[in-house]
Design a protein around this ligand. Structure first.
Ligand SMILES: NC(=O)c1ccc[n+]([C@@H]2O[C@H](COP(=O)([O-])OP(=O)(O)OC[C@H]3O[C@@H](n4cnc5c(N)ncnc54)[C@H](OP(=O)(O)O)[C@@H]3O)[C@@H](O)[C@H]2O)c1
Length: 209
């Protein structure tokens, strides 16, 4: 698949390297395709990766991952007008100063995003665990869980395939309004990892019996 990843930070790099390693084509959408940081990333990604401007990446792919700070998503999406049929994977977390949720209860970042992108299929995913876990989702050989939600079944099937390719077990929590629950889960992870001092080698796993 051809996947545009907007943002070349912790999350964008981890996902891009992982998917390129599985044979997918990665178009990084970045403010500075020629920068030393981006060129170093491309060298690590190998043949499957290129870097272009943000609008070029969005226009050239049908799967777009938003991996920027939440407060710049408005700027990023304004750079392209036609989102018809695109799968938009929202990995952002709406975090306000002090590691607080900036939106919640009656809406979510993912739902606000979908309202701005008519015709796009927004799927919330890759927000409930640290970037290190996206590079390596196996704990003693067992996959950790990636919680996803969205309103389009086909888009969720594609995201499930992509998450499983990285090694995740996938739990589909339901329609996009479930992002109201999945986004606060990120704050649970952040509080455990950072405020409670457990460190970043922790993850959520859904168990069955
Ligand atoms: N870090 C984690 O473990 C983690 C886990 C789950 C979810 N998240 C969420 O995922 C998102 C990305 O997190 P991250 O840790 O990868 O952040 P990060 O390392 O700071 O990287 C964010 C990237 O976004 C791009 N960016 C920054 N400002 C921008 C602007 N004004 N316009 C366009 N692009 C801009 C930059 O890429 P360029 O310089 O290439 O343009 C930057 O490298 C956040 O919403 C975060 O809450 C993070």
């Amino acid at each position: 698949m051809k996947i545009a990843i907007i943002g070349t930070g912790n999350v964008g790099s981890a996902l891009g390297k992982g998917w390129a390693g599985k044979g997918h084509t990665i178009l990084f959408g970045t403010r500075q395709p020629e920068s030393e940081k981006v060129q170093k990333l491309l060298a690590e990604v190998g043949d499957g990766g290129t870097a272009v401007s943000i609008p070029d990446a969005i226009q050239q792919a049908n799967i777009i991952v938003l991996a920027t700070p939440w407060n710049v998503v408005g700027q990023v999406i304004q750079s392209v007008t036609d989102w018809q049929g695109k799968i938009v994977i929202d990995a952002t977390n709406p975090i306000a100063p002090g590691l607080q949720l900036a939106v919640g209860h009656t809406t979510s970042a993912a739902e606000q995003l979908a309202a701005y992108l008519p015709g796009a299929h927004v799927v919330k995913a890759f927000n409930t665990t640290g970037a290190e876990n996206m590079s390596d989702p196996l704990y003693e050989g067992d996959p950790i869980t990636m919680f996803i939600c969205g309103d389009d079944e086909q888009a969720k099937a594609t995201v499930t395939e992509l998450a499983e390719a990285l090694g995740f077990d996938v739990a589909d929590v339901g329609g996009l309004e479930m992002a109201r629950l999945i986004e606060p889960m990120a704050l649970v992870w952040i509080n455990l990892a950072i405020k409670q001092g457990l460190g970043r080698n922790i993850a959520f796993k859904l168990v069955h019996r």
